[in-house]
Design a protein around this ligand. Structure first.
Ligand code: BG6
Length: 487
């Protein structure tokens, strides 16, 4: 069994993700005294830095990312004391030999590696560590997303990593699983007896999962244009959310039980392919428009060349099993949408019979449960209630919301970076919130069929102006069954 790591080695330690997310997360863990005593942090990347240079980069990134009132000299010192740095590159064997030697010198027990580089380096880096004796028992590796760009490339990466680390020692990151709101979904489902009896096709009419972003491609055009919304967001984040909503109760909150249930969901997804892409999916690409009143360029202008890459995707998915038979799961995600918003919405079936005639009958709305993950963490239960007061035509009804805002409820809770949870778990050797190989590959298989379907059917992304909710077809996808995206 894994014990806590005595050494964390970060590949890509000077990169963008490290500076924005990883190093600030480690700082927060340090400040909350959650890092194991004596655990060292070894940064590595191509940059020819020394220990002091790396420490300066870490201090700068904390200065930029952690609000002043949350910073303490003591915590910063505590973190800096743990640091070491050695330049290395997976394609330079001598540098990897030196790195492996440094790892062996610094470790006092388990080692956690974190690959935060381009995915093509995962296999070579892992194999070099193995070749130099630094990947044996007591070591484990965290892999950043994306694991490949389709099933074949994912298998190639997973195979290459597997030659050095067996599956129990591989921790695939989907940072959505580290978000408080996502874990709260698990708490809501399995910490309450109230919802489970309703959590099925008999009572749920439809499910919607929306991950909307206002940002464009943020200077990552080269990567993004190869990926698109389907591969960049839907294959991982939206399907993980779908799994957590749709899965059966796991026997325990542990890596095997939880992931065994998630993989069953992925394997129950009805195929969307050339035969039905035209009715079950919509792809879009943003054109020039405005976000919050500020003009923004279109995707091809931002990219600087023509492109058929989708920046928006909406799907109608079905989980073909007893629990969910016939319930549409509408998934949508896109860049340059009007608001940053991540939410899951379950709409329940209508009352079986309305005792109200007249105006009140027209007021009736189905119940709904909203689980809001971003920007704020909130749970809202939509109910019907009597409209206060008198009406000549009898009773009137209104939809009202029972609203639980986590930051009001737990006023001491700070907004966390998802990597705080993920690092803590990986350091402790708990893989529950990481993605297993079979999940990644099942997700790619399902998504590959959609991409191939678009290609075979000659479907091109439809334009939508930045600052709108995607192409109009995304609305009709949902309207066709008499549903509608939750406003
Ligand atoms: C990443 C995608 O995985 O998730 C980005 O590559 C996207 O394109 C990001 O912007 C969204 O994450 P978050 O945490 O901001 O919702």
């Amino acid at each position: 069994p894994a014990t806590h790591a005595s050494l964390l080695t970060i590949f890509g330690a000077t990169g963008d993700l490290a500076q924005r997310m990883l190093l600030p997360s480690l700082y927060s863990l340090q400040a909350e005294r959650l890092l194991p005593e004596g655990m060292r942090i070894l940064g590595t990347a191509r940059s020819e830095l020394d220990r002091e240079g790396f420490a300066q980069l870490v201090a700068d990134s904390i200065q930029q990312r952690i609000p002043a009132h949350e910073r303490s000299e003591e915590a910063l010192r505590g973190l800096l004391e743990r640091l070491d740095y050695l330049p290395a590159s997976a394609d330079d064997d001598a540098s990897m030999a030196a790195l492996a030697a440094r790892v062996q010198a610094l470790r006092a027990g388990d080692v956690l590696y974190h690959m935060s580089t381009a995915p093509k380096f995962y296999g070579p880096a892992c194999q070099a560590l193995a070749a130099h004796g630094a990947a044996g028992p007591g070591t484990r590796v965290m892999l950043e997303k994306p694991i490949g760009k389709d099933l074949a490339s994912a298998i190639a990466i997973n195979d290459a990593v597997a030659r050095a680390f067996d599956e129990e020692r591989v921790y695939r990151v989907d940072h959505y699983l580290g978000k408080e709101g996502v874990q709260n979904l698990i708490a809501l489902r399995f910490g309450n007896a109230l919802f489970e009896p309703l959590w099925n096709a008999r009572h749920v009419e439809q499910v919607q999962i929306t991950v909307a972003e206002t940002v464009g491609v943020e200077g990552r055009g080269d990567y993004y244009d190869d990926a698109g919304a389907l591969r960049d967001m839907l294959q991982n984040h939206l399907l993980q959310l779908l799994c957590l909503v749709a899965m059966e109760p796991p026997a325990r909150f542990d890596p095997t039980a939880v992931r065994n249930e998630k993989i069953k969901v992925l394997r129950s997804l009805r195929a969307i392919d050339a035969s039905n892409v035209a009715t079950e999916s919509v792809a879009g690409q943003y054109t020039a428009g405005a976000i919050d009143g500020a003009a923004v360029p279109g995707y091809v202008e931002e990219l600087g060349r023509p492109s058929r890459t989708e920046t928006f995707v909406a799907l109608r998915a079905h989980v073909d099993n007893w629990r969910w038979s016939g319930v549409p799961f509408y998934l949508r995600t896109g860049k340059r949408l009007p608001a940053r918003s991540t939410e899951i919405y379950l709409q329940f079936r209508k009352v079986p019979y309305s005792i109200f005639g007249g105006a009140a009958a027209a007021d009736m709305r189905p119940n709904g449960l909203l689980i809001k993950l971003q920007p704020e963490e909130r749970i809202e239960l939509d109910l019907m209630s009597k409209t206060p007061g008198l009406d000549r035509h009898g009773l009137r009804l209104s939809q009202v919301a029972l609203d639980l805002d986590f930051h009001q409820e737990f006023s001491s809770a700070r907004r966390r970076i998802a990597y705080e949870r993920l690092y803590l778990d990986a350091i402790e050797g708990n893989g529950t919130l990481f993605v297993r190989r079979d999940e990644t590959e099942a997700a790619w298989q399902w998504v590959d069929a959609i991409a191939a379907g678009w290609r075979d059917a000659g479907m091109l992304p439809r334009p939508y102006p930045a600052g709108t909710w995607g192409p109009g077809a995304a609305i009709s996808l949902v309207d066709r069954l008499g549903h509608g995206w939750r406003e």
